[in-house]
Design a protein around this ligand. Structure first.
Ligand SMILES: *Cc1c(COP(=O)(O)O)cnc(C)c1O
Length: 368
């Protein structure tokens, strides 16, 4: 059986280092907001090239806290509009609605599945205060045109960098392209903790300090509360694990890229549409997911399953069609809806053997 993602194997590579830092945390008895948090924040900021990194409890909180900080700073207010790709993981949208901001869904670009820059301008109103760009599947969602559009309309650009740590636009890393970025270190992400955690990066000092306070009950000094905050902190043990794993992220992304290159070169079944890489920039895609499309997606998925290949669907239902968003259920976003019916994610990971990659290719090419 070729697993979609073998988390046990991914982490067992680093088992001795992980056990060592886990012991250190147990021995020193300090479990929150300690030296490992400081360490991972410093290392992450340096890796991304941003001035500030704030460790938080998960990726959803990272995005929620950014928007909440903009509200506290008076940059945004209840009812303001935030542009967001219609085809994203629901967390991107939850971060917006949780802050009583209004998501304005933007159809994707057919080739990259990222937000279509061409569709953005027509949706901007005087209520539009920001864009939440998602580097979906690991591909950088950025361009010079997009950057000047955001400037022209004075929009805050928030990056959802949950899927693309290590990706670049020219020589800048995702997480350092917009005004602030949210990261997820959910175990299945390219940089995964051994539990939940996340982070924010930004070059905005004021924003960083508000986010830091908001994630800690709204206080900068214990028992003095500036904001109605929440509790969103990264466990020391997760910070310690991430500090071990961050050292290997470039190597792991390179393996993902090599697998993707082989898939792209050798899958040649006309029933299958391969993902497109929009830029020739090095590392414009770090292949969190390798997503193909097929009109007969469900039949293809069972065919692969019969051949012992596990695949997943990212995602089966778009956010605007979810029960929790019944106020948006009637929206017509045909491209997004089509994509959700056709996408299928193939196994890809830094521990996948080349023979297994070959087997996936051969089975896909034999599908009729
Ligand atoms: C995983 C993910 C999130 C949320 O991260 P959590 O750590 O699970 O809260 C947000 N956005 C996208 C695009 C994701 O893939």
């Amino acid at each position: 059986m070729i697993k979609f993602l073998d988390l046990q194997k991914i982490n067992s590579k680093y088992a001795s280092e992980l056990k060592e830092v886990a012991s250190a945390v147990i021995d020193n008895g300090w479990f929150l907001q300690g030296d490992y948090n400081k360490k991972i924040e410093k290392e992450l900021a340096a890796y991304i090239g941003a001035n500030h990194a704030i460790a938080v409890a998960n990726g959803l909180d990272a995005l929620r806290l950014i928007l909440r900080a903009y509200i506290e700073l008076g940059v945004m207010a209840e009812g303001d509009e935030i542009l967001v790709p219609a085809n994203t993981y629901i967390a991107s949208v939850l971060a917006i609605t949780d802050n009583k901001l209004k998501p304005v869904f933007v159809e994707p670009d057919e080739d990259s599945y990222n937000i279509s820059e061409k569709s953005i301008e027509a949706l901007i109103t005087d209520k539009t205060k920001g864009v939440l760009v998602v580097h979906l599947y690991g591909q950088t969602s950025w361009s010079a045109d997009f950057e000047s559009l955001a400037k022209k309309y004075n929009l805050k650009v928030i990056e959802d960098n949950a899927q693309a740590i290590g990706a670049q636009y020219k020589d800048r890393k995702t997480g350092n392209l917009g005004d602030a970025a949210g990261f997820s270190f959910y175990p299945g992400k390219n940089l995964g903790a051994l539990g939940d955690s996340g982070a924010v990066t930004t070059n905005d000092k004021e924003l960083a300090s508000v986010i830091r306070a908001l994630g800690n009950y709204g206080s900068e000094m214990k028992y003095h509360n500036l904001y109605k905050g929440l509790n969103s902190r990264m466990d020391e043990i997760q910070a310690a694990f991430l500090s071990v794993k961050l050292k290997y992220i470039d190597d792991e992304n390179a393996i993902r890229c090599a697998i993707a290159e082989k898939y792209l070169a050798e899958i040649n079944n006309p029933l299958i549409k391969l993902p497109m890489v929009r830029s020739t920039d090095k590392l414009s895609h770090v292949w969190h997911l390798f997503v193909i499309r097929c009109k007969e997606r469900d039949r293809l998925q069972s065919y692969l399953a019969k051949n012992n290949i596990q695949t997943l669907i990212h995602y089966p239902i778009p956010p605007h069609k979810q029960k929790c968003y019944n106020e948006y259920n009637e929206l017509k976003l045909p491209l997004t809806e089509q994509i959700h019916k056709e996408v299928l994610s193939l196994p890809i990971s830094p521990v996948m053997h080349i023979e297994d990659v070959q087997l996936v290719i051969d089975v896909l090419n034999s599908f009729r």
